[in-house]
Design a protein. Structure first.
Length: 596
């Protein structure tokens, strides 16, 4: 069942472009064409560069007239509301009247680009506009090119392009969350606090809703056949052909008989179909009289508790979590479905942030071990070198991770994780071939099942991130840009064998920043990590994450992104320019969550 892109049948949020001008007759006549042309150039850049989760180009709506006063501003706002605009960009080439032309909807991420041309007071307008926004508690992103442009120049300078796109990616990510659901299947897993669903957080910071379903609903649908039988057969055949079974790690007395393993595979494939149907619905169920089950919960992310009540009795959710989070399944290449192991919904939110910023699959992982060079040498005789010389973090999940995480997909000849529309069939095959499905350890997963055993290729630029909830502050985001690394085969084997070697491993090294309180060494990054889990995304996307966090008013408590790459609303500098981190905390506290 091909799903358009989860829950956006009514269309994706659009980017509204607001050209504004001075309404004095002669000035208006002199500037309106130029301003409209700049607005259209911005729309062209954003539409040609940004993509929605299904791969279609971002849609921009340019207001049909230049806004010069209250009435046109109000008409534009009404038009944008009708068009489903979720992000706005104001474009000005000279002086305008801020309090009369400004957009005051606080929930719409808003940037303003002022043309840097000295013939008209563009910068003066920018200063007045962002002062107005700051006085009225409506933070905006200010974009003003570094170099003066000639009056007849309609090009968008590179520095302006970069900021328009960084704002556009983060603004769309925020808009894609709004109004959608997080679906909890089950509850808290093994006392993990990240599994507690704080629905006030979702409502006030993300504009999302929370749906709750007991895991018995999965049992009910399995036992009553409430899934698409035809698709189940296709999926099971795909599993038998593509999922390579690895060695059973259990002692003989705990090994599950083959026929039971076969039945378990049928169960876990049904679980995958059912969790997807619970998230986004499935019209085929209505054809069989299951109208209610056909709806789904409008969920752009879900979490499956699994441990312990389910996994002590039924086969684990490793298959469903691995395959739904991957960019492909038996139906071919497609957008990943975000599913959190252990229903750790704070990790799911982090996955959503990174997924919507990159349109790629995400690696859900335990932050399992920091291996110092000394410890590695002691147990293996090998001295870590290169990027790994300062120590490595062992990221491993309790069973599954997206198969994109193998690093078998390539971009410019290097390992990558890519938007699904860039992934070729042969790359899918390589990811599957690099993964073995290992029977679960029966001492922890008594119900059986198979987990994904793979090793992420080294050399991938990645970003490790996590949203934490801290009493007294609220949500905070932490992140570390770095690289995956590869160890000599025997060294990896020795370190992996000490853990749960049937699980997927990613060796991660953060980019170090000498003298930084945390990023001075890899150990401190582990030490400062706020949870047992993290999410790894392809690319150094820390700057985009920080921009998104500022839109959502979530302070960033830890990052290794250079100050020149930071792009937050201009008001943040009013909270202090010497210490951007504390200014961020104070600004987020002052403005409070985006949805009140
Ligand atoms: C050992 C437990 O069964 C695992 O689930 C544990 O390693 C975790 O993943 C906890 O996040
Ligand atoms: Mn875990």
């Amino acid at each position: 069942m091909a799903d358009k892109a989860h829950r956006y049948e009514n269309g994706f949020p659009k980017i509204g472009i607001r050209p504004i001008i001075d309404r004095r007759k002669l000035v208006k006549a002199a500037t309106k064409d130029m301003t409209m042309e700049l607005a259209r150039a911005a729309a062209k850049l954003l539409s040609e560069t940004l993509r929605y989760p299904d791969g279609s180009p971002a849609e921009c709506v340019v207001n049909d007239v230049c806004i010069s006063g209250f009435k046109e501003a109000s008409q534009c706002a009404d038009r944008f509301a009708k068009e489903g605009v979720g992000v706005i960009v104001t474009v000005a080439s000279g002086w305008c009247y801020p309090l009369e032309t400004m957009e005051t909807n606080a929930q719409l991420p808003h940037a303003v680009w002022g043309f840097n041309g000295t013939e008209r007071p563009g910068a003066v307008y920018m200063g007045a506009l962002h002062a107005a926004h700051n006085q009225k508690g409506l933070p905006i992103f200010k974009i003003y090119g570094k170099h003066v442009q000639d009056l007849d120049d309609r090009s968008i300078p590179e520095d302006v392009q970069a900021k328009l796109l960084q704002f556009g990616r983060a603004g769309l990510a925020a808009a894609l969350l709004r109004g959608k659901s997080y679906l909890s299947i089950g509850s808290v897993s093994m006392g993990i606090a990240g599994c507690i669903v704080d629905d006030s957080f979702y409502q006030r910071y993300l504009g999302m809703k929370n749906a709750y379903v007991d895991m018995t609903e999965v049992t009910r649908r399995i036992e009553r056949g409430i899934y698409d039988e035809k698709e189940f057969r296709i999926a099971l055949a795909w599993v038998k052909e593509k999922c390579r079974i690895g060695p059973d790690p259990n002692p003989a007395e705990l090994v599950i008989p083959d026929e039971k393993k076969e039945r378990n595979w049928e169960t876990v494939v049904k679980m995958a179909l059912i969790v997807r149907d619970l998230m986004i619905g499935n019209p085929k169920l209505a054809e069989r009289g299951y109208e209610e089950e056909a709806y789904g919960y409008n969920a752009i992310a879900s979490g499956f508790q699994g441990q312990r009540e389910w996994t002590d009795h039924f086969p684990s959710a490793d298959f469903l979590e691995a395959v739904l989070n991957s960019s492909f399944d038996w139906n071919g290449v497609r957008e990943p479905y975000i599913v959190a192991t252990e229903n750790d919904n704070l990790n799911a939110v982090t996955m959503l942030f990174q997924h919507y910023l990159t349109n790629t699959a995400q690696i859900f992982a335990d932050v399992r071990t920091y291996w110092s060079p000394e410890a590695v040498e002691r147990v293996t005789g090998h001295r870590l070198e290169g990027r790994a010389a300062g120590g490595i973090l062992h990221l491993i999940n309790s069973g599954p991770a997206a198969l994109d995480g193998t690093g078998e997909m390539m971009r410019d000849g290097q390992p990558a994780m890519k938007p699904h529309w860039e992934i070729g069939e042969e790359e899918v095959e390589r990811c599957l071939a690099a993964t073995s499905w290992r029977p679960t350890y029966m001492d922890q997963f008594a119900g059986g099942g198979h987990s994904t055993d793979y090793l992420t290729k080294g050399g991938m630029p990645v970003t490790m991130a996590r949203v934490n909830l801290v009493e007294g502050i609220g949500p905070v985001l932490q992140l570390a840009e770095g690289y995956t690394v590869e160890l000599p085969e025997d060294v990896h084997a020795k370190l992996d064998e000490r853990t749960t070697p049937t699980w997927p491993t990613t060796w991660f090294v953060p980019n170090l920043v000498p003298g930084d309180p945390v990023f001075d060494d890899a150990y401190s990054v582990m030490e400062a990590w706020g949870s047992n889990h993290c999410v790894v995304s392809y690319g150094h996307i820390g700057a985009d994450l920080i921009t998104l966090a500022s839109i959502l008013r979530i302070p960033v408590n830890m990052h290794n992104v250079g100050s020149k790459r930071l792009f937050r609303p201009s008001a943040w500098s009013a909270f202090g320019t010497k210490d951007a981190e504390s200014a961020d905390f104070r600004a987020c506290a002052a403005y409070g969550p985006l949805y009140g």
